[in-house]
Design a protein around this ligand. Sequence first.
Ligand code: DUT
Length: 160
Amino acid sequence: MFRSGAFVAEHVSPTTDEQVQPNGVDLTLDVVFEQLEPGYLGRDGKQIGDRVARPMEELEEKNPDTYYLPAGAYIARYSERIEIPENHVGFVYPRSSLMRNSCMLNTAVWDAGYEGRGEGLLQVHHDIQIERGARIAQLVFAEADHEEVYDGSYQGENLE
Ligand SMILES: O=c1ccn([C@H]2C[C@H](O)[C@@H](COP(=O)(O)OP(=O)(O)OP(=O)(O)O)O2)c(=O)[nH]1
Protein backbone atom coordinates (compact mmCIF):
# COMPACT_ATOMS: atom_id res chain seq x y z
CA MET A 1 0.00 0.00 0.00
CA PHE A 2 1.16 3.51 -0.76
CA ARG A 3 1.15 5.90 2.17
CA SER A 4 -0.49 9.31 2.35
CA GLY A 5 1.31 12.53 1.58
CA ALA A 6 0.89 13.55 5.21
CA PHE A 7 2.82 10.42 6.28
CA VAL A 8 5.58 11.03 3.71
CA ALA A 9 5.89 14.63 4.95
CA GLU A 10 6.88 13.35 8.40
CA HIS A 11 10.08 12.08 6.77
CA VAL A 12 10.93 15.02 4.51
CA SER A 13 12.30 18.32 5.76
CA PRO A 14 11.81 21.14 5.37
CA THR A 15 8.34 21.05 3.81
CA THR A 16 5.65 23.65 3.26
CA ASP A 17 1.92 22.92 3.02
CA GLU A 18 2.15 23.50 -0.74
CA GLN A 19 4.50 20.52 -1.08
CA VAL A 20 2.22 18.01 0.64
CA GLN A 21 0.13 16.21 -1.99
CA PRO A 22 -2.57 13.55 -1.46
CA ASN A 23 -0.18 10.68 -2.16
CA GLY A 24 3.27 12.14 -1.69
CA VAL A 25 5.46 15.17 -1.10
CA ASP A 26 6.86 17.43 -3.78
CA LEU A 27 10.64 17.82 -3.86
CA THR A 28 12.29 21.06 -4.92
CA LEU A 29 15.39 21.77 -7.00
CA ASP A 30 18.54 22.72 -5.16
CA VAL A 31 21.52 22.38 -7.52
CA VAL A 32 21.90 21.25 -11.14
CA PHE A 33 25.16 19.52 -12.05
CA GLU A 34 26.64 18.70 -15.41
CA GLN A 35 28.87 15.63 -15.64
CA LEU A 36 32.28 16.31 -17.20
CA GLU A 37 34.19 13.04 -16.96
CA PRO A 38 33.24 9.41 -17.55
CA GLY A 39 32.04 7.40 -14.59
CA TYR A 40 32.79 3.76 -13.87
CA LEU A 41 30.69 0.78 -12.77
CA GLY A 42 32.68 -2.37 -12.01
CA ARG A 43 31.81 -5.72 -10.47
CA ASP A 44 33.19 -4.56 -7.13
CA GLY A 45 33.16 -0.81 -7.20
CA LYS A 46 31.96 2.33 -8.85
CA GLN A 47 33.00 5.89 -9.39
CA ILE A 48 30.93 8.94 -10.13
CA GLY A 49 32.48 11.03 -12.90
CA ASP A 50 33.58 14.57 -12.07
CA ARG A 51 30.85 17.13 -12.37
CA VAL A 52 30.38 20.85 -12.12
CA ALA A 53 27.44 22.88 -10.82
CA ARG A 54 25.69 24.73 -13.63
CA PRO A 55 25.80 28.50 -13.35
CA MET A 56 22.53 30.22 -12.59
CA GLU A 57 21.39 32.80 -15.08
CA GLU A 58 20.62 36.27 -13.88
CA LEU A 59 17.88 36.52 -16.44
CA GLU A 60 15.92 39.23 -14.73
CA GLU A 61 16.58 41.01 -11.50
CA LYS A 62 13.31 39.84 -10.00
CA ASN A 63 14.10 36.25 -10.81
CA PRO A 64 17.82 35.80 -10.34
CA ASP A 65 18.04 32.21 -9.07
CA THR A 66 17.01 30.54 -12.28
CA TYR A 67 18.70 27.84 -14.30
CA TYR A 68 18.46 28.08 -18.05
CA LEU A 69 19.02 24.51 -19.24
CA PRO A 70 19.64 23.72 -22.88
CA ALA A 71 18.65 20.24 -24.07
CA GLY A 72 20.89 17.65 -22.45
CA ALA A 73 21.30 15.44 -19.40
CA TYR A 74 21.90 16.85 -15.92
CA ILE A 75 21.99 15.65 -12.33
CA ALA A 76 19.51 17.47 -10.11
CA ARG A 77 19.97 17.54 -6.35
CA TYR A 78 16.85 17.96 -4.28
CA SER A 79 16.68 20.53 -1.47
CA GLU A 80 14.96 18.35 1.10
CA ARG A 81 16.44 15.93 3.59
CA ILE A 82 14.71 12.59 3.07
CA GLU A 83 14.54 9.63 5.41
CA ILE A 84 13.07 6.36 4.20
CA PRO A 85 11.47 4.74 7.25
CA GLU A 86 11.77 1.05 8.00
CA ASN A 87 9.21 -1.15 6.27
CA HIS A 88 8.98 1.27 3.37
CA VAL A 89 10.53 1.90 -0.04
CA GLY A 90 10.53 5.27 -1.78
CA PHE A 91 9.96 6.19 -5.41
CA VAL A 92 10.36 9.59 -7.02
CA TYR A 93 8.33 10.68 -10.03
CA PRO A 94 8.71 13.83 -12.10
CA ARG A 95 6.29 16.62 -11.51
CA SER A 96 3.78 16.41 -14.35
CA SER A 97 4.44 20.02 -15.40
CA LEU A 98 8.12 19.15 -15.89
CA MET A 99 7.15 16.24 -18.13
CA ARG A 100 4.64 18.38 -20.02
CA ASN A 101 7.54 20.72 -20.76
CA SER A 102 9.41 17.90 -22.54
CA CYS A 103 11.66 17.14 -19.57
CA MET A 104 11.95 14.04 -17.42
CA LEU A 105 13.42 12.96 -14.12
CA ASN A 106 14.75 9.43 -14.11
CA THR A 107 15.11 7.92 -10.67
CA ALA A 108 16.17 4.73 -8.90
CA VAL A 109 15.01 2.91 -5.74
CA TRP A 110 15.10 4.74 -2.37
CA ASP A 111 15.97 2.09 0.24
CA ALA A 112 14.58 1.67 3.74
CA GLY A 113 16.98 3.35 6.17
CA TYR A 114 18.45 5.82 3.64
CA GLU A 115 18.87 9.38 4.84
CA GLY A 116 20.20 12.27 2.81
CA ARG A 117 19.56 14.78 0.08
CA GLY A 118 19.43 12.64 -3.02
CA GLU A 119 19.72 13.22 -6.73
CA GLY A 120 17.94 12.39 -9.95
CA LEU A 121 18.73 12.38 -13.66
CA LEU A 122 17.14 15.44 -15.23
CA GLN A 123 16.66 14.90 -18.95
CA VAL A 124 15.96 18.09 -20.85
CA HIS A 125 14.48 17.42 -24.28
CA HIS A 126 13.55 21.05 -24.87
CA ASP A 127 15.24 24.09 -23.32
CA ILE A 128 13.68 25.00 -20.00
CA GLN A 129 14.09 27.55 -17.22
CA ILE A 130 13.80 26.21 -13.68
CA GLU A 131 14.02 28.42 -10.64
CA ARG A 132 16.06 27.15 -7.73
CA GLY A 133 13.55 25.96 -5.13
CA ALA A 134 10.84 25.16 -7.70
CA ARG A 135 8.97 21.89 -7.24
CA ILE A 136 10.22 19.34 -9.80
CA ALA A 137 9.43 15.90 -8.39
CA GLN A 138 7.20 13.94 -6.05
CA LEU A 139 8.30 11.35 -3.49
CA VAL A 140 5.94 8.51 -2.61
CA PHE A 141 6.33 5.70 -0.07
CA ALA A 142 5.11 2.13 -0.42
CA GLU A 143 5.12 -0.38 2.40
CA ALA A 144 7.80 -3.00 1.81
CA ASP A 145 9.41 -5.96 3.54
CA HIS A 146 13.18 -5.96 3.98
CA GLU A 147 15.82 -7.71 6.05
CA GLU A 148 18.45 -5.03 6.42
CA VAL A 149 18.44 -1.27 6.17
CA TYR A 150 20.42 0.86 3.74
CA ASP A 151 24.12 1.06 4.56
CA GLY A 152 25.63 2.06 1.23
CA SER A 153 27.98 4.80 0.09
CA TYR A 154 25.28 7.43 -0.23
CA GLN A 155 24.11 7.18 3.36
CA GLY A 156 23.97 10.68 4.87
CA GLU A 157 24.89 12.37 1.57
CA ASN A 158 24.68 16.13 1.14
CA LEU A 159 23.68 16.84 4.73
CA GLU A 160 25.48 19.81 6.23
O1 DUT B 1 16.68 8.32 -7.78
C1 DUT B 1 17.27 8.09 -6.73
C2 DUT B 1 17.18 6.85 -6.10
C3 DUT B 1 17.87 6.62 -4.92
N1 DUT B 1 18.60 7.62 -4.35
C4 DUT B 1 19.30 7.42 -3.07
C5 DUT B 1 18.45 6.60 -2.13
C6 DUT B 1 19.04 5.22 -2.19
O2 DUT B 1 18.81 4.49 -1.01
C7 DUT B 1 20.51 5.54 -2.43
C8 DUT B 1 21.32 4.42 -2.97
O3 DUT B 1 20.76 3.95 -4.13
P1 DUT B 1 21.27 2.56 -4.72
O4 DUT B 1 21.19 1.50 -3.67
O5 DUT B 1 20.61 2.33 -6.02
O6 DUT B 1 22.83 2.95 -4.96
P2 DUT B 1 24.04 2.05 -5.50
O7 DUT B 1 24.44 2.59 -6.81
O8 DUT B 1 23.67 0.60 -5.44
O9 DUT B 1 25.22 2.40 -4.51
P3 DUT B 1 25.47 1.81 -3.00
O10 DUT B 1 25.66 0.34 -3.16
O11 DUT B 1 26.69 2.52 -2.52
O12 DUT B 1 24.25 2.17 -2.23
O13 DUT B 1 20.48 6.66 -3.32
C9 DUT B 1 18.69 8.85 -4.96
O14 DUT B 1 19.33 9.77 -4.48
N2 DUT B 1 18.03 9.03 -6.14
